[in-house]
Write a protein that binds this ligand. Sequence first.
Ligand code: PMP
Length: 405
Amino acid sequence: MLNVYKIREDFPILDQQVYGKPLVYLDNGATTQKPLVVLETIDKLYNRENGNVHRGVHHLSTITTENYEAARDTIRKYIHAAHTHEVIFTHGTTSSINAVAFSFGEKYVHAGDEIIVSGMEHHANIVPWQMLCERKEARLKVLPVDETGDLMLDKLEDLISDKTRLLAVTQVSNVLGTINPVKEIVEIAHAHDVPVLVDGAQGIQHEKTDVRDIDCDFYVFSGHKIYGPTGVGVLYGKEKWLNEMPPYQGGGDMIKKVTFEKTLYEDLPLKFEAGTMNYIGAIGLARALEYLQKTGLDQIIAWEKALLDYATEKLKKIPGLHIYGNSKQKASIISFLIGDIHHYDTGMILDKLGIAVRTGHHCAEPLVESYGITGTVRASFAFYNTKEEVDVLYNGLMKVVEMLS
Ligand code: PMP
């Protein structure tokens, strides 16, 4: 079993007081804290090894380039991609999805075509597709969510038509915690020749991810949600798509030859990496993934499951508390409301007790509004959280009930 107290020593930020109370950080769905090894890597890179990648013949540029390309391969191995050049660095999930919406959309989506998203998507996996549909006079269709918080897969076949160009779905809902059966979804879509983009922003840190096993065409995630730095993310795409798709941004590093008459683009992956990338973030992200592997993904998953079960049982004891999202397959995310107490008020009181949770619509307005509410309180757990912290949350919520019911 994972020694969570030992793990916490790797995350110095957790050991502090907020308003005189020990910090209880339960907003891991928004962003995760970084282990020392990531912080030390970034510190060393800026202090000793900073040179722009793919640019110079000099020592610093050469070692940064080597580290950057090694980071790309670490990520390939982590997600089990077939080729290193299928891993494109971006600024995060949002920029990865926008990249596909622009590039794939430019080539393959035309007037009258259709894109399918699910009813539990984050705005990052809705708005870029809506913008594409507006540009191309295409249509956005939505796969609905049932009462438990699962996708209505039986409706998928009916939604797909010969006009469907792409299906975009989240691996894990950032509101409900539902772990979607992405492999099955891909199988259904592929039976109709529809490619699938999986939004791994909330999935990769809770699940073992194998893009070849899922067989998705695109897989995207953010570094900061998997214990890596902010401002870096990944777009994985199958080679056959990425080779055919046009670059969506032009500039330095993505070219082979530029003349005023015509530019020849670089091969993968650089074709999609215009300008100076967040190379230090990318190297930091690789260190974070190595740290997780060293800690043990099975142990991490088991501990998060234990935390989820413990927290769910505890929270259910709170009078008037309603949990949104009760799928059998859930990651360690719990969204809830207590009676008619406003989510913001609950969040504010918890904050004064040192407990960090997220409140609001969690950038998933269509889903949250489908419940006839304006938002929820969301506690999202990471493997460095403890059962004692769940108890602190429970006591805090009992205080909220006492004060506001
Ligand atoms: N998709 C999901 C499911 C998310 O939870 C988030 C972040 N909350 C995003 C996409 C967007 O991630 P980022 O802001 O890092 O681009």
